[in-house]
Each structure stands twice: as structure tokens, then as C-alpha cells.
Design a protein. Structure first.
Length: 219
């Protein structure tokens, strides 16, 4: 199957309110251009350096989403162009993004990453940390970041009910947060293996890599 065919098939399955992020990490420029030529404009990467190189080489109407774990000392490299940072998992990181965005006279849209999986290796905030952050006076003073919603990753497992429960819990955190922050609209959950469940549980943004581009090879 070609990239264009895979994209078409997935887009046909997605309801109009669900945004598709094509996860192009590890994939070369030519492969990304196949998706671009098929109309895809939103791409996700999980390493800042790789995203910068691709941003430099590819058409400038692409929206680049940083979906991976972000190290604070690397925020400066993407602050000029990143469209959405999915993995904001600490207040210190959010403050660094605010600082770097200010240098570029822009506001960077962000998602707060919640820890919903039962795997300790996954990143994210818990409910208590989320509440402490958004209730703090300092949070209200950040003018160069805009919280657009939440992101989460389910446990890597074959257990569909467990995945569903984790997505349900993220949706309920999202609904709770929306009472305090009515402007939030993005719930980023779902990857190649679980996006159908994620959408049933309320996802508005799916991050799909291998189902579009094929399996990844790491060197
Ligand atoms: C790699 C990655 C994806 C896409 O994974 P696939 O299983 O290839 O669809 C989605 N989200 C994050 C955070 C990722 O790192």
C-alpha cells in the first residue's frame, strides 16, 4: 500500500471533528512529501533536532507538532515554528516554552500531557499536579503559551478494556478541566493501534504513524 492510499483510507474513517497528525518520526523527506502531495499538512515528530531539520527542508505550510518528551534546553530550537507541543508534562517546561515563545514574539499552543497508563516509563502529570499548576498565580501570568487541551498515551497492551478505561479517564479529566478553562478544545489521544477506541472515548486528535508510513526502522 502507498502512503497516499493509507492516508485516504484513514481519513475516510475519521469523523470531521477528529484532526489527523501524521507521525513522520524516522521517515525521510521523500516519504513525507508523498503524504504532503496527498494533501496532508500536519506532521508529528518526537525529536526536536529531527523536526528542525525537516522544517528547514520541507514546504513552509506544514504544521509541525512536537509529540515526544521535550527537554527544556532544546525548546529554543523549535520556538520559532512549532504549531503545537503535545507533551507538556511539567510547569518548568511550560515556563521555558513561554520564555522562548516571547523571544519570537509569538504564542505557542500547548497540550498538557497526562499520565494515564499503568507504565511508569510513560511521562505525564497526575491530577494533583495538573490542579496545582492551573490554580497557581504564576500560571495565569504566562502570556506566550496557550493551553489548547490535553494529551495522553494508553498502556502498550493487547487488553482493549484497559486501553478504553485509560482513555475514559483522560476524557473525564478533560471534561473537568473544561469547566475551569472553557476555551480548551483538543483531546489528543489515539495511535495506530488504538485510535478507534480513542475516538469512541472522545478523542479530537489522533497521532498516527505506522498505519500511514509503515513500520519504523531504528538504527
Ligand atoms: C510514535 C508515536 C505515535 C505514533 O505511533 P504509531 O503506533 O506508529 O501510530 C503517536 N504518539 C506518540 C507520542 C508517539 O511517540
Amino acid at each position: 500500500m502507498s502512503v497516499a492510499k493509507n492516508l485516504e483510507q484513514i481519513k475516510n474513517e475519521l469523523a470531521p471533528h477528529v484532526t489527523l497528525v501524521a507521525v513522520s518520526k524516522t521517515k525521510p523527506i521523500e516519504t513525507i512529501m508523498e503524504a504532503y502531495n496527498a494533501g496532508q499538512r500536519i506532521f508529528g515528530e518526537n525529536k526536536i533536532q529531527e523536526m528542525v531539520e525537516k522544517w528547514e527542508a520541507l514546504p513552509k505550510d506544514i504544521e509541525w507538532h512536537m509529540i515526544g518528551h521535550v527537554q527544556r534546553n532544546k525548546v529554543k530550537y523549535m520556538a520559532e515554528f512549532v504549531s503545537l507541543v503535545h507533551g507538556v508534562d511539567s510547569f518548568r517546561l511550560l515556563k521555558e516554552i513561554d520564555k522562548q515563545a516571547q523571544k519570537h514574539h509569538r504564542v505557542i499552543p500547548c497540550l498538557l500531557q497526562m499520565h494515564i497508563a499503568q507504565e511508569s516509563t510513560k511521562f505525564g502529570l497526575d491530577q494533583t499536579e495538573l490542579e496545582a499548576m492551573i490554580d497557581s498565580a504564576e500560571f495565569g501570568q504566562l502570556e506566550h503559551v496557550k493551553i489548547m487541551g490535553l494529551m495522553g498515551m494508553a498502556t502498550f497492551t493487547q487488553d482493549q478494556e484497559r486501553i478504553r478505561n485509560e482513555f475514559t479517564s483522560l476524557k473525564s479529566i478533560f471534561d473537568g478541566l473544561k469547566k475551569k478553562m472553557p476555551e480548551i478544545s483538543i483531546l489528543s489521544m489515539g495511535m495506530s493501534g488504538d485510535y478507534n477506541i480513542a475516538i469512541e472515548e472522545g478523542s479530537t486528535m489522533v497521532r498516527i504513524g505506522s498505519s500511514i508510513f509503515g513500520a519504523r526502522q531504528y538504527h
